[in-house]
Write a protein that binds this ligand. Sequence first.
Ligand code: SAH
Ligand code: SF4
Ligand code: F3S
Length: 438
Amino acid sequence: MKTFYIETFGCQMNAHDSEKVVGTLLSRGYQQVEEPDDAELVLYNTCSIRDKAEQKVFARLQEFKKHSKTKTFGVLGCVAQQEGEKIFDRAPHVSLVAGSASYSKLPEMLVQLETGDKRVTGLSLDTEDTFETPMTRRDNPYKAYITIIEGCDKNCSYCVVPYTRGPERSRTFASVLEEAAKLSAAGYTEIQLLGQNVNSFRAPDSDPSRPLGSDFAELLRRVGQVPGIRRVRFMTSHPRDFVRDIVDAIDENPVLCNHVHLPVQSGSTAVLKAMQRQYTRDEYLRRIDWMKSTRRELTLTSDIIVGFPGETEQDLQDTLSLLSEVEYDAIFAFKYSKRPNTPALALEDHITEEEKSRRLLMVQEHQRAIQIRRNARHVGRTEEVMVEGFNKATNHWLGKTTQLKTITFAAPGELAGEYRRVMVTRAGPAALAGELVQ
Ligand code: SAH
Ligand code: SF4
Ligand code: F3S
């Protein structure tokens, strides 16, 4: 029996890709182990979104260098696609480098290594069969990821993703619906549709005259009707293709969760332009208005980049005022990080690390006050949670509401994967605490 260990960095798309890789290897007779020391094959599924993420991969590879005689090392994912064969120079004990579009070829690549090839690469981005992954071995028995669109065509000036994941390729309606139905039959009740920009989903068989975003609204409506599926989430949405019909679809059907992650990146139209985000502050805020006028209350979350080249003090203030205006329930804020091949490298007025840190802190502190206020509104409400896990240290269950709020509560018995009603008794900036309602 051949053994393998896999470690995953990065976003949910990477997490789901690793589920596909694990399933593929298991189906070929490999056995998964929990410690890299016990494995003959060690795989790192890597992320390149910020420089720190990339450095972490090489540091991790370095740690296992001493085992290079006894093990095969493979680098998968976004750093693999970005660096290609250069990885062999930086980490000579690596013998396999493969990007996300090549995973279905992994078994063949491993055979090549077993039969004497010293190094193999899979870096083509034009594979058509990336979506059909019958082997996927999911980590969670209750909620499942489904990739609906791969790649990105947006070309934001700071971002590596268009280079690491290639152009946008969408799946067919039939293929997504079939996977959702199979997951329901297998006992899953929550589905999360995945893509760098899910709402840019455009089925290959759809009418090309339909406006962008309509296919995604239709997909939401149809996935929301799959019997047995109680919750549908989706991540990430891009503001440009976020049409009103998507908001209407969510409002019509409570199976579609009351939460939208719509990254704004900056509150300044000038910075958005330099970022090539393809929307203005006002256009973004119009989308927020639609979501604030729904019958069901939606929660909103976002990503923010501070310290983009040329960002002025006024631009930063514009971001803070946007946070106040939208009142997000959570944000992920990052310091701008220079990435290879990206147009933003050529911009002037790069900002020092120290200054970026100051701006990051300002954004985080501003948002913290908003979250304390937002979460306080939940106290006294009874919410339905899907129970996701148990914290042994605190003896509390942890569940998620449709709005993606975390609620902790004490209760006897085995509740993982169950839906329960919980009355919120306390609120903090990041989570809520409550009591089980019998
Ligand atoms: N496709 C999604 C998110 C992609 S990556 C979108 O466009 O919204 C997740 C987040 O990483 C981005 O939203 C952005 O905030 C951040 N990010 C991407 N490139 C970055 C860079 N070079 N430096 C800092 N943060 C970055
Ligand atoms: Fe990157 Fe922009 Fe594409 Fe998001 S939309 S993945 S930030 S290029
Ligand atoms: Fe990272 Fe690649 Fe995802 S760069 S964030 S793993 S798409």
